[in-house]
Write a protein that binds this ligand. Structure first.
Ligand SMILES: [Zn+2]
Length: 149
């Protein structure tokens, strides 16, 4: 039987746990079986006792038999968190300014995600903190003018 492709994306991990974003919901990783199947549970499992879950194998969703969420989906904050993670990644690997990094990632975001981003000033501060920390772990970058004043 042909498995239909359900488009999903990997979210930014929270507390070290990977997540996936599918339709309007975000799921946290519960376990990975020996055959590579990964079992994901709705992020609202604990707070709202939502029972929705899904399984993936080789980056495809192989079952979504329980998609009955007991709450509305809102992935704006999930996608905003992912965007911030992407910004941090860019901050660690390019010499672009904070504003350029924010701009590059932001221009790919929908309005509802932009609205869920942290305030610009606090976003910049946390990105710059991240860059300083990344530089501290990278001797090769010493002396390069990456850190903005
Ligand atoms: Zn749910």
């Amino acid at each position: 039987m042909e498995i239909p492709a359900h488009p999903f994306i990997y979210g930014a991990s929270t507390k070290g746990r990977p997540t996936v974003i599918y339709k309007n919901f975000e799921y946290g990783k519960v376990r990975e079986n020996q055959n590579g199947e990964i079992y994901w549970r709705c992020k609202m499992y604990f707070s709202l006792k939502c029972k929705a879950h899904l399984k993936t194998l080789n980056n495809r969703i192989i079952t979504n038999e329980n998609q009955e969420h007991n709450h509305h989906g809102n992935i704006s904050t999930s996608l905003a968190r992912l965007a911030v993670a992407q910004m941090k990644e860019k901050m660690g690997e390019t010499s672009a300014t904070t504003a350029a990094v924010v701009g590059t990632v932001s221009c790919q975001l929908d309005d509802h995600v932009l609205q869920a981003l942290p305030k610009r000033a606090s976003l910049s501060r946390s990105l710059q903190r991240h860059r300083k920390a990344a530089l501290a772990n990278n001797d090769d970058a010493s002396g390069s003018p990456l850190v903005e004043k």
